[in-house]
Design a protein around this ligand. Structure first.
Ligand SMILES: NC(=O)C1=CN([C@@H]2O[C@H](COP(=O)(O)OP(=O)(O)OC[C@H]3O[C@@H](n4cnc5c(N)ncnc54)[C@H](O)[C@@H]3O)[C@@H](O)[C@H]2O)C=CC1
Ligand SMILES: N[C@@H](CC=O)C(=O)O
Length: 441
């Protein structure tokens, strides 16, 4: 049997501790499948004394991850700390500069430094693997980077954040509050160290930016994504969506348009009978539409220690099985030097269906005025209903719910602005985009 693959792990939190446990429990099977043992020789984490339920007696402890990357007796540096800057960024760079292979689950790091890191890896002939960075246990990176070679991708969309999907599902099915659901997601190890990254949509945006680059061959453009999180979604929206035959999901969508690539992350209404609407809890789903294959939908656990460690381990096993000096698959699917500048499609040009919920004064003429403002902006309505006794609205108010046919974002924004200027609105209008799978489009 070949020499052991020596790995050093920086970060022993939810994912790092799961990874250590799995490698230790499955060492014999791994040695057989990979053709060589996988040995954890060194680790680094902030708290040396914490009981993680794993055996670290035979490993060397580095207080600083940078030192592990620079000096550790390792073949692979596994980064499981998180954060786009600081220790993660410095240590991954140092490891690659040293010619070490790197495995990371850190989407924030890749979203902001992925192209530079891929450039260093490719110059050094090192592997930089990051399957766990997008959609946890779903092998979507490998699918896009390798299996779909030769396919021209037209759209990728999906549920890419387990925390948000868990919250939306629990709110709908168990009637729990947003805060209670988030707390539970944190307890289960799904949320980011700062959960604002989950609920404000940034985490989905980081993941989407990576998929966009793999699919379309542009430089990563994480700051060029239209972004809305789920903090504004109320139980009233969830119920109204259900009555209309939709469910609300936080989707990341990237699609090729005539004017460039559109990247957007926002709460989205999906038809209740679509597969993606059935994806509940921490489960993620990624749909890829391409010319040769058609639609590929991948569904699986999107967060949590084991789901994520499974992908990290798969990346480590790929390194164990790789031959030194063999041709490498480019880190981002295309050689880093060949990535094109990102051509951004403006959100105003987005075309799709919209759900609009307005709380208005219960006054003669308001309903007609809302319908007129829509017509003036050439917005064709699938339905418009007026309701009283919505518990959010005071007694002298009513709720108007509109669903549009496919229309331009710019028209919807203009119509909503003109409704706001009429003076009969109570609170902010709620606008939720509707996304339909290809066959239902
Ligand atoms: N938890 C999940 O479900 C998933 C997490 N990820 C990513 O995996 C990475 C790790 O996530 P978790 O394990 O959930 O995080 P965590 O917060 O549970 O663990 C992070 C670990 O890194 C250590 N650490 C952080 N900064 C450090 C520093 N400067 N020096 C030494 N140690 C440091 C902490 O002490 C802790 O042991 C993150 O990039 C996260 O975005 C990716 C997919 C799913
Ligand atoms: N916080 C993330 C973890 C996985 O990427 C999520 O909830 O999806």
């Amino acid at each position: 049997m070949a020499d052991a693959l020596k790995i050093g792990i920086a970060g022993l939190g939810t994912v790092g501790a799961s990874l250590v446990r799995i490698i230790q429990q499955k060492s014999n099977e791994l040695a057989v499948t990979c053709g060589r043992p996988i040995t954890i020789t060194a680790v680094s984490a902030r708290d040396k004394s914490r009981d993680r339920g794993i055996d670290l007696s035979a490993v060397i402890w580095f207080d600083r991850p940078e030192e592990l990357a620079e000096k550790g007796d390792i073949d692979v540096f596994v980064e499981l700390m998180g954060g786009a800057e600081g220790a993660a960024n410095i240590s991954v760079r140092a490891a690659l500069q040293r010619g070490l292979h790197v495995v990371t689950a850190n989407k924030a790091l890749l979203a902001y430094h992925g192209v530079e890191l891929a450039t260093i890896a490719e110059e050094k002939g090192a592997l930089l693997n990051f399957e766990a960075a997008v959609a946890g246990g779903i092998p979507v990176i490998k699918a896009l980077r390798e299996s779909l070679t030769g396919n021209a991708v037209s759209r990728i969309y999906g549920i890419m954040n387990g925390t948000c999907n868990y919250i939306l599902t629990k709110m709908e099915k168990e009637g729990l509050s947003f805060a209670e659901c988030l707390k539970e997601a944190q307890r289960l190890g799904y949320a980011e160290a700062d959960p604002a990254f989950d609920i404000e949509g940034n985490d989905t945006a980081h993941k989407l930016s990576i998929l966009t680059t793999l699919a379309f061959g542009n430089k990563i453009a994480a700051d060029d994504i239209y972004l809305e999180g789920i903090t504004n979604i109320s139980i009233e929206d969830i119920h109204a969506a259900a009555e209309l035959g939709y469910r609300i999901k936080l989707l990341g969508v990237a699609q090729r348009t005539d004017t460039g690539i559109e990247q957007r992350v926002h709460p989205t209404m999906v038809p209740v009978d679509s597969v993606i609407a059935q994806v509940d809890g921490v489960t993620n789903a990624v749909a890829i539409e391409s010319d040769v294959l058609g639609e590929l939908l991948m569904v699986g656990p999107g967060a949590g220690g084991n789901a994520t460690a499974s992908s990290v381990l798969g990346d480590i096993a790929d390194i164990a099985k790789s031959q030194p000096g063999a041709q490498r698959v480019p880190v981002l699917g295309h050689p880093a030097s060949a990535l094109e500048p990102y051509r951004k499609a403006q959100m105003q040009s987005h075309e799709g269906g919209y759900f609009i919920r307005l709380t208005v004064l219960d006054r003669t003429g308001v309903f007609a005025s809302v319908a007129t403002r829509m017509a003036e902006n050439n917005i064709s309505l699938e339905s418009i209903v007026q309701r009283s006794k919505q518990h959010l609205a005071p007694s002298h108010h009513q709720t108007i719910i509109l669903v549009t046919h496919a229309t331009m974002e710019e028209s919807v924004r203009k119509a909503v602005a003109s409704i706001k200027s009429e003076g009969y609105l109570f609170g902010e209008p709620q606008v939720i985009r509707i996304e339909r799978p290809k066959e239902e489009g």
